[in-house]
Write a protein that binds this ligand. Structure first.
Ligand code: ZN
Length: 389
């Protein structure tokens, strides 16, 4: 974990990353058919990476088996992700035990920004099964000497509030919309810190959690493809510290594919450093972000990731869940909702004040016919993202 140390020089880190990238390219080219065309590739500088082709989600769906670099006996875990609905194609990501250990180490470092020995941590994330994300996080926390309680995603808020009052965690980790609703359900049981992960964090959602609980909120950005973790806020709340020892990040123009400079918004692209089972080189995440180059208030001089503003596929829609979240989740009377749109009719299912949600939405989008009925809101047992269906 040496590159997480704040006193490492940028030049030293970049030399180290260049070595690791060349080793990763050589490993991938030697061990899987998909990257075999890169067999003679050797980068002389990090900027040479821009010459390599991108890897896309479609590549993983169509040629995932050709990307696996180890025999089946060495694969510790395969994560299968639905890409659209429940009947769409799957992305299957492979990890060795060492790959998973790299994630556990990152979780230990990242959670160390929030908690330490003896602190109780309530994990409201999926992956309660063996080597799932919740399990790996719990292992990282035990490394730190913290005391994790693996609760899982929330569906019954009364039950979750009871668990919260009983356990009284120092830190809670969970899915943004679920944690906001939990805060509204149990304002009397505030943690010291909250870590939000697995979906875009609306600024009004974050503000609501901070206000209701009076706690500090940290954001984490990561995908299964990035090895579950990627970047996490430090206590200075001045950008997300990147997992530089395991990932090399680029920001590209989503139209032209050209690399962008620090400070410029574009698509987040990453390459794995030292992934054994399924290396990914220049993987296009579809997420919008930018790198921050200024020294963090905590003293760290390494590049960081600004708050990720969401997926391009959702950002470019005329009626996106992001706009609805920014509108509706500022209202404490709207606990949660789900939305679907067809033939000019936007249907809301609202937990909480359905009429308020309907009126506000109709004011924002007067060209749509908006209906709202009471409902359970959006719930997920996994990491499915919120969208307007
Ligand atoms: Zn910092």
């Amino acid at each position: 974990m040496r590159v997480f140390e704040q006193d490492i020089g940028r030049d030293e880190m970049e030399r180290w990353q260049l070595d690791r990238l060349n080793a990763q390219i050589a490993w991938a080219a030697a061990n899987c058919a998909f990257y075999r065309p890169l067999a003679d590739t050797h980068l002389r500088s990090l900027s040479d990476l821009a010459e390599l082709p991108f890897t896309t989600a479609a590549d993983i769906i169509e040629r995932g088996e050709d990307m696996v670099c180890v025999p089946a006996s060495r694969v510790q875990r395969i994560v299968s992700l639905h890409t659209s609905g429940t009947s769409g194609p799957w992305k299957r990501l492979h990890f060795t035990a060492a790959d998973l250990e790299q994630t556990v180490a990152f979780f230990a470092v990242g959670m160390g920004y929030m908690c330490g020995p003896g602190d109780k941590v309530l994990i409201c994330m999926p992956g309660v099964a063996e080597d799932g994300v919740g399990q790996l996080l719990a292992r990282g926390l035990r490394y730190l000497g913290a005391e994790p309680m693996l609760y899982g995603p929330i569906s019954d808020y009364g039950q979750a509030a009871a668990a919260l009052r009983e356990f009284r965690p120092h830190t809670i980790v969970g899915i943004p919309a679920q944690i906001r609703r939990l805060a509204l359900t149990a304002p009397d049981a505030p943690p010291v810190n909250v870590l939000l992960s697995a979906d875009r964090v609306s600024p009004v959602l974050r503000a609501a959690v901070e206000r209701v609980w009076g706690c500090a909120v940290f954001e984490h950005y990561g995908l299964t493809e990035s090895g579950l973790g990627c970047a996490v806020e430090c206590p200075a709340h001045d950008g997300l510290h990147i997992r530089h020892d395991a990932l090399y990040l680029e920001i590209i123009d989503p139209e032209s594919g050209a690399p962008l400079r620090a400070g410029e918004w574009g698509e987040i692209v990453f390459s794995t450093l030292g992934r054994q089972a399924m290396p990914l080189l220049r993987y296009r995440t579809g997420d919008r972000g930018r790198l921050l180059d200024h020294v963090c208030s905590c003293g760290c001089r390494l590049p960081r990731l600004d708050t990720v503003t969401g997926r391009f596929s959702e950002l470019t829609r005329a009626y996106s869940i992001y706009q609805l979240d920014d509108l509706l989740l500022r209202e404490d009377a709207v606990w949660d909702y789900s939305a679907s749109l067809s033939d000019g009719i936007l249907r809301l299912e609202v937990a909480g004040d359905a009429e308020l949600a309907r009126r506000l939405t109709a004011e924002m989008w007067p060209e749509l016919h908006v209906t709202a009925v009471p409902g359970a809101g959006f719930s997920t047992r996994g990491t499915r993202k919120r969208i307007v269906l």
